[in-house]
Design a protein around this ligand. Structure first.
Ligand SMILES: Nc1nc2c(ncn2[C@@H]2O[C@H](COP(=O)(O)OP(=O)(O)OP(=O)(O)O)[C@@H](O)[C@H]2O)c(=O)[nH]1
Length: 340
């Protein structure tokens, strides 16, 4: 066995708990399994109920942290995951020719299951390896849950501002912005990193709602608005609770018109909500594009300016404001705002 002693295991676990970022934590887990067992490949796989791998992170000597999204799961993996789902065991090994995979269930909900998959030439994973890996996965899971909780808004269940800051920072660094996109279904293959747009959406007259109908009603409005925005955006987009009654939306799109479509759907769906005592509510939105040479803080300020325009022009509308480079940022940008 490759872990020399229990102090090795403790060392790896101490390494996990020193991390404050879910992506780094996942990478550290893959690296630990890879360097201790030296298989061909270790991967973290998120498999949906249609047998599509939503996300797969690979760790091997050739591919350190290689990310693929939306790929079809191969037959051996499907059989292993099905077998694991049916059994009470925590791992399953299957062979095909001299290729062997050992699959461990990390977590599961109604739509998606997350697995760690070790692929090797022949079955190199012993039962005692598996017990140690399962122990490590438990620590990993618990710690990941803690990190996720710290980045989740308690009321709405959306990722919070801390999560937003992490994600925008990574988009800036192009860490999550350039996964290799191996498409299936009708989507076209593309090596270009996705283009993101930042929208800030703020409920109109929310103070009046709180003051006239009470904070419980205010909270209900926030929860249903969060669900409505989440249900109005696409899988590649993300919504965060940015502050009190303000939501940040990251929209992945090439053209501004596509972004307007998404945001207009958000605006209309929020307007379509009906609250028993309160009646209708509306939301104002401002957005801008995310560019390489613009800091996250500047992006937020620009989107906020666009939002301010929507508010001062009568609310319940969308405004676009182009981002400026760092040099041009201090110039007056009011004249560039476009209202929809
Ligand atoms: N119920 C509830 N209210 C909150 C929460 N967070 C912030 N608020 C309230 O949201 C209100 C925001 O008020 P304003 O910033 O004046 O905004 P507004 O009334 O929507 O005005 P406009 O944005 O101009 O339409 C304040 O009364 C806050 O107390 C929360 O979690 N729950």
């Amino acid at each position: 066995m490759r872990l020399k002693s229990s102090s090795d295991l403790v060392g790896h676990i101490a390494g996990f708990t020193s991390l404050r970022d879910v992506d780094l934590l996942e990478m550290s887990l893959l690296k630990t399994v890879f360097t201790t067992l030296r298989p061909l490949n270790v991967s973290l796989i998120s498999l949906d109920t249609n047998n599509i791998i939503l996300k797969r992170i690979d760790y091997s000597s050739e591919q350190v942290g290689h990310v693929s999204i939306r790929i079809k799961a191969d037959d051996l993996l499907l059989r292993a995951s099905e077998q694991l789902d049916r059994s009470t065991k925590e791992y399953c090994t299957l062979n095909e020719g001299d290729r062997a995979i050992t699959v461990y269930l990390l977590s599961q909900n109604r739509r998606v299951s997350h697995y760690i998959c070790i692929e090797a030439k022949g079955n190199i994973v012993t039962q005692s390896d598996s017990y140690q890996i399962i122990g490590m996965l438990r620590v990993f899971q618990n710690f990941r849950a803690l990190l996720t909780e710290a980045q989740t808004d308690e009321l709405t269940g959306l990722p919070n501002r801390k999560a937003f800051n992490n994600v925008t920072e990574k988009i800036g660094e192009a860490v999550v912005a350039s996964p290799e996109v191996i498409e299936c279904d009708k989507r076209k293959s593309s090596d270009e990193p996705p283009q993101f747009w930042l929208a800030l959406a703020d409920l109109d007259n929310f103070k009046v709602i709180n003051d006239s109908f009470g904070h419980l009603m205010g909270d209900e409005v926030l929860v249903r608005t969060a669900q409505t925005i989440q249900g109005s955006i696409r899988e590649d987009d993300m919504v965060f609770r940015y502050g009190g009654e303000e939501f940040a939306i990251l929209v992945s799109a090439k053209e501004k018109e596509q972004v307007i479509q998404v945001l207009e759907r958000v605006r209309q769906n929020v307007e379509g909500l009906d609250f028993q005592r309160l009646g209708k509510i509306t939301i104002s939105i401002g957005f801008t594009e995310m560019k390489d040479d613009v800091f996250a803080l500047t992006l937020v300020e620009t989107a906020d300016k666009a939002l301010y325009q929507s508010k001062s022009n009568g609310k319940n509308q969308i405004t676009y404001q182009p981002t400026l480079s760092q040099q041009a940022y201090h110039e007056d940008i009011e004249d560039d705002a476009e209202l929809f």
